[in-house]
Ligand binder design. Structure first.
Ligand code: ARG
Length: 573
């Protein structure tokens, strides 16, 4: 569907043309004085000089041509030459009726792209911690947004599974004389112990590094242990991500990039991009006009070992070969932005990725506690993901009991976990990803205010009205949306008409927080409308059906939006 603002803008531009003016710079925008009008156009002001006419006269000529337009109920010029506009209620109603039945509420697919979203990035054999939560939440939302926009999209977890932690675990197993494979529980104790030991014991650390190196060079014995660790860890990771309603199409990791490294390095050398510097192999990636210096991208260390940059570049080689993507989006802690800048530049410079492939880095900030420091448990330790989920879940359970929720015990539990997920995800996603934010359990789980539970509460309210309507024998299939009967209804309609442009904007800027802002606005608009409207008690049957169609559309849009954000609404709460 054509965007509302484009239709209105087109109509006004046509009037400028008909009045003999150049319309190329004329735009219609949402009014910044909603007390005066809904839309405004300042085009007459800009044309005054070149037309040698007072802007007010130009505006009047334009308005004369908008007389009787089906798109506007009010067209007015205000000194010195502003054009104030109100949309036609009839047109708005017919636009919404069309939106209600259109595929994806009228969102148009531009050009279908092939997109890889690289997110998650857990480090195998290390526990999932809060730092990985944001990657999972934001990455999943970006992936779903890409899919909703019509792109063929693959999420790749890109596990850290090839690093020193593997060598440390094997070294510790040897030190303990372990002659069997570790269990998951043992693993979660072995790694921290080994990591701690390596900090004070140089020889131990060196041993772990040797083992890592041998593993990476195909040592059979170590590979066998590695495979075992991978198997039990991946099964555990899958369970954890499932609890977050996060899933990946591709379960690859750094290790999968390994076979691509040697040929990639050969080619970089042969093409003259990679050269030796102090024993290491590097590629220059600084560019003219860089505001700060971008150091060379290191490809191999002097001992021939590969690095984080190497695996990321080799992963791009693999992705090109396997999927040939139009875009690769990385959702990773913003502190890694220099790393990705180097990787992107090296990938383009060395021809690993074609010039037209879009490589984007969506860097996110830190999740802090109320004290402004990185989030900790109640007892002060680093928070594990499971304990955080549990804590929020219990809080939601408590809130439901407080508000007198009356349902069977298993439904209460199911509902509380849905609310908990909404609280966590909305609490995170409603902030601009780059910014740090404060994780405040009390605030995030509140049923009021700009929170996930408030959005769910609003949806549950609509569901309950629709349920009662159906139970009373009402059908809503062919209902048309009528022109609004009041201001709050019109405000809700205008917001609903903005769904498709909001989605395109959020995708273009990789900004899921816009979806949160939009649904918060929608929920507020709906609640205002609801408080002053007797929906089910409405006597005029046509009007009542129109209300039902309008709130059905509201619910549909909220449902599509929270599905993109990665959570869902219960039936009751
Ligand atoms: N494993 C990394 C970490 O925990 C994140 C991986 C991000 N993705 C990537 N392609 N480098 O910091």
């Amino acid at each position: 569907m054509e965007k509302l603002l484009d239709i209105l803008g087109g109509e006004v531009r046509k009037a400028f043309r008909e009045a003999g003016y150049d319309d190329s710079k004329v735009t219609v925008t949402v009014s910044n004085r909603p007390d005066l009008c809904e839309y405004q156009c300042n085009g007459a002001m800009a044309l005054a000089k070149e037309a040698h006419k007072a802007p007010f006269m130009i505006a009047e000529e334009v308005i004369a041509r908008l007389e009787g337009s089906e798109y506007f109920d009010k067209t007015e010029c205000v000194k010195p030459g502003f054009i104030n506009l109100n949309i036609s209620n009839d047109f708005l109603a017919s636009y919404l009726s069309e939106e209600a039945t259109a595929d994806r509420f009228g969102l148009e697919t531009e050009k279908q792209l092939k997109v890889v979203v690289d997110y998650g990035g857990p480090n195998v054999a290390k526990p999932l911690h809060i730092g990985h939560l944001r990657a999972a939440i934001i990455g999943e939302a970006v992936k779903r947004l890409s899919k909703y926009t019509g792109n063929e999209t693959l999420g790749d977890i890109h596990m850290g599974d090839w690093g020193l932690q593997m060598g440390l675990i094997i070294a510790e197993m040897q030190a303990r004389g372990m002659d069997r494979m570790p269990t998951l529980d043992e693993l979660s104790e072995i790694y921290p112990a080994a990591s701690e030991k390596s900090k004070n014991d140089e020889a131990y650390k060196e041993k772990a590094m040797d083992i890592t190196n041998m593993l990476q060079h195909g040592n059979e014995e170590y590979l066998k242990i590695w495979r075992h660790i991978m198997d039990i860890s991946v099964a555990d990771l899958k369970q954890n991500y499932e609890k977050l309603n996060v899933s990946f199409e591709i379960w690859k990791g750094e290790a999968d990039a390994d076979p691509y490294i040697a040929p990639m390095v050969e080619k970089m050398k042969k093409d003259g991009y990679a050269y030796e510097s102090q024993g290491a192999l590097v590629v220059d990636v600084s560019e003219e006009g860089d505001a700060k210096e971008i150091p060379p991208c290191m490809i191999l260390k002097s001992d021939g070992a590969s690095l984080y940059t190497t695996t990321d570049l080799a992963t791009l080689v693999q992705r090109e070969q396997d999927y040939d993507p139009d875009a690769v989006i990385y959702v990773v802690d913003k502190r890694q932005d220099l790393h990705f800048e180097q990787v992107f530049r090296a990938a383009k410079k060395c021809g690993i990725v074609p010039e037209e492939t879009k490589l984007s880095f969506l860097g996110f900030g830190t999740m802090n506690g109320k004290d402004g420091k990185p989030f900790k448990t109640r007892s002060g330790g680093v928070m594990r993901l499971e304990s955080l989920l549990q804590e929020v879940y219990e809080k939601c359970l408590e809130r439901m009991k407080e508000s007198g929720a009356d349902m069977p015990e298993d439904e209460i539990r199911d509902t509380a976990s849905k609310i908990a997920l909404a609280a966590i995800k909305y609490g995170d996603l409603s902030n601009e990803a780059r910014k740090d934010y404060i994780f405040d359990i009390d605030k995030f789980t509140s049923f009021e205010g700009n929170t996930g539970p408030y959005i769910l509460y609003t949806m549950v309210r609509i569901k309950s009205i629709l349920r009662k309507y159906r139970e009373g024998g009402g059908a809503s299939d062919d209902a048309k949306i009528l022109p609004p009967s009041g201001d709050t209804e019109k405000a809700l309609m205008m917001t609903l008409a903005g769904f498709a442009p909001m989605i395109s904007g959020a995708w273009k800027d990789l900004a899921p927080h816009r979806i949160c802002a939009y649904i918060y606005q929608t929920a507020n608009d709906f609640n205002k409308f609801y408080h002053e409207t007797k929906i089910l008690a409405e006597e005029d049957e046509g009007r009542k059906k129109s209300y039902i169609a309008l709130i059905t559309l509201t619910l549909g849009i909220l449902e599509a939006s929270i599905d993109i954000l990665g959570f869902e609404a219960p039936e009751k709460m």
